[in-house]
Design a protein around this ligand. Structure first.
Ligand code: 5GP
Ligand code: ZN
Length: 103
């Protein structure tokens, strides 16, 4: 948990968001400025700033984000029509929130 991190504060419930799923290690919520009809943000509760900071012990956490993406795509009814998954890493890629997140 980082006190000055927006997504840590969403994960803790301190800042409201439309949360569609949460468990002990992951939180998923609707993007505040959706770039697609369905645009979810999936985060680990663990504060990892960027993909560059990923450690071997985070492998399961990231794998579980993709499993959640699959489950939520089905729940949202877009698993068959199609969806894109994306991590932006650092400014030139468009990262604006420094807490690892899967779009
Ligand atoms: P990035 O650009 O870092 O890859 O993605 C950050 C995403 O977080 C953006 O798509 C942006 O719209 C979304 N976002 C930024 N602030 C908030 C917020 O306060 N609430 C929610 N739900 N999404 C946010
Ligand atoms: Zn954070």
């Amino acid at each position: 948990m980082s006190d000055d991190c927006l997504f840590c504060r969403i994960a803790s419930g301190e800042i409201p968001a439309t949360i569609v799923y949460q468990d002990a290690t992951r939180v998923a919520f609707r993007d505040i400025a959706p770039k697609a009809p369905t645009h979810l943000v999936l985060i680990p509760r663990k504060h990892i700033p960027t993909l560059n900071d990923l450690q071997p012990e985070d492998a399961q956490t990231v794998g579980e984000l993709f499993l959640l993406a699959k489950e939520l795509a089905a729940k949202e009814g877009i698993d068959q029509s199609g969806y894109r998954t994306l991590f932006n890493c650092n400014a030139d890629a468009g990262q604006t929130v420094w807490h690892l997140h899967l779009h």
